[in-house]
Design a protein around this ligand. Structure first.
Ligand SMILES: [Zn+2]
Length: 480
């Protein structure tokens, strides 16, 4: 053990009220502490963002990783030992773009069953802040929640229910309100003009809160990044920023009238301009944009699994067997919503497929230039399922051109299972670095001191299916 590690571990032990430190042997750190339960996973291959350790033993104390060592690591007395030869262990997955946490009996369970132990909820409101607190107090079993503010847009919005801010001062007030209510970050949207977004950025810095969301159609991606926008969702703004026709297309967007009674048409037309931009891609501009994002520490959250649905004929995913986990009002919303968006004619279908392919190329391109890519699904949007779709997105990231290891890093927020880390783990039947589809072969999920084995996970799914058939209050919010 290095001095630094020892210091860190001792500090961590002091925080836990530790009783003793065992001989470390070949372990990264081995300790015995005053905890209620110690569980050891023995004989597994650990695969995290930092390393691959075959034939390892991972020791967990309640909600923390206590030690990682070789198979013969001495264990604290009274440990529960799970012998898992041939299994692979990854850190818990994160879905960085989710809607619908308020459907707690459905969303939370579907996440946990699928090994998703953390989610970023992209449209927050007070009941979800309360849910976040109840989960942390242990009153509700669920993944860790990071919750955004309500969606801030204006002076118009294409999104019904968004909070409208008409001036920079109103933008500042919205940031202060978000902070007071308990948002973890501020969510910005598509229509904000430059002065208002600038004011929001400045107020976020004053209030020590980050902002994230859509790239405004009125502010270039690189400029929004330089204002401090932490993440950019759905690749919006990237095709424009990397197009040889950027100036002309930006002018066309600026000249596009928005009829507040039909904001949908505006949004759809802007997407057409984005598609035109994707067809006039400049690799040298892409390098420049990537450099700006990387320098500013801005990340992309492409949500390709949602983009794929919108780029496909409306009926392509309409018979997904996972629909049985969704309440009827959600299924209806999905069907109706998609009918507004999905391509219909053979030409539209070809065009959208091409646009999707080019967006996939841009994900890989940005990643290859060192831009951080986050795994997000936009769950809550048509045929994008809490938990399940995280695995679809992992596959799409690999299909786009990321290595399975890079996709896993995106999916775990660069998670590692070193001593002191939260004990959120997924036990797999196959090696995810060999084949990313192996993240779907889940044997068990460990989180919050619980082991969800095959029987528990099956029971949770059955409970979700039952809950989905019960009447729900009318949807407050579904997607965006
Ligand atoms: Zn969203």
């Amino acid at each position: 053990m290095t001095d630094t590690t020892r210091r860190e571990v001792l500090g961590w032990l002091a925080g836990l009220g530790a009783a003793a430190v065992l001989a470390p042997g070949r372990a990264s750190a081995a300790v015995a502490v005053d905890v209620t339960s110690v569980t050891a996973l023995r004989g597994v291959t650990l695969v995290d963002s930092a390393r691959v350790v075959p034939n390892a033993t991972i020791v967990l104390a309640d909600n923390k990783v206590l030690a990682v060592g070789s198979r013969d690591l001495p264990l604290p007395r009274g440990s529960t030992v799970l012998d898992l030869p041939g299994k692979f262990v990854i850190p818990g997955l994160w879905d960085m773009h989710v809607h619908g946490a308020y459907l707690d009996r459905i969303t939370l369970s579907l996440c946990l069953v699928n090994g998703v132990t953390g989610i970023r909820e992209m449209w927050g409101f007070p009941p979800i802040y309360e849910l976040r607190a109840r989960i942390e107090r242990g009153e509700v079993f669920g993944p860790r929640l990071v919750v955004g503010s309500t969606i801030i847009d204006g002076p118009h919005s294409t999104l019904p229910g968004a909070q409208i801010v008409a001036t920079p001062d109103e933008g500042r007030q919205a940031v202060r309100d978000a902070k007071t209510q308990g948002a973890d970050f501020v969510k910005v949207y598509s229509y904000l003009d430059r002065p208002t977004l600038t004011a929001i950025a400045d107020e976020c810095a004053r209030q020590d809160i980050t902002f994230a969301g859509h790239c405004s159609n009125h502010v270039a991606l690189g400029d929004a990044s330089s204002l401090g926008q932490r993440t950019f969702e759905h690749m919006y703004g990237l095709p424009l920023a990397t197009s040889t026709r950027e100036t002309e297309l930006r002018q066309a967007i600026a000249d596009l009238p928005l009829d507040p009674a039909n904001s949908f048409a505006w949004f759809k037309q802007v997407l057409e301009f984005e598609r035109a931009a994707a067809l006039s891609h400049s690799r040298s501009k892409a390098v420049r944009v990537a450099n700006v994002l990387r320098r500013n520490g801005s990340a992309l959250c492409p949500t390709m699994v949602a983009m794929r649905v919108y780029a496909s004929p409306a009926d392509r995913y309409a018979n997904d067997p996972r629909l049985r986990y969704m309440p009827a009002f959600y299924r209806d919303f999905w069907r109706d919503n998609l009918n507004n968006w999905a391509p219909v004619t053979p030409q539209e279908i070809r065009q959208q497929a091409e646009f999707f392919r080019r967006r996939m190329d841009q994900v890989a391109e940005m990643h290859s230039h060192g831009v951080e890519v986050l795994l997000g699904t936009d769950a809550g949007n048509p045929y994008v399922f809490s938990g399940f779709s995280v695995h679809d997105e992992l596959e799409l990231l690999v299909e786009a051109g990321l290595s399975p290891k890079a996709a896993l890093q995106a999916g775990t927020r660069n998670g590692t299972l070193q001593p002191g880390a939260d004990a959120n783990l997924v036990v797999l039947d196959g090696n995810p670095v060999k084949d990313i589809c192996n993240t779907q072969r889940i044997h068990a999920v460990l989180t919050r001191g619980r082991v969800l084995g095959p029987a528990e996970r099956q029971q949770m799914l059955a409970d979700v299916e039952k809950a989905a058939q019960e009447p729900f209050p009318p949807a407050v919010r579904t997607c965006c």
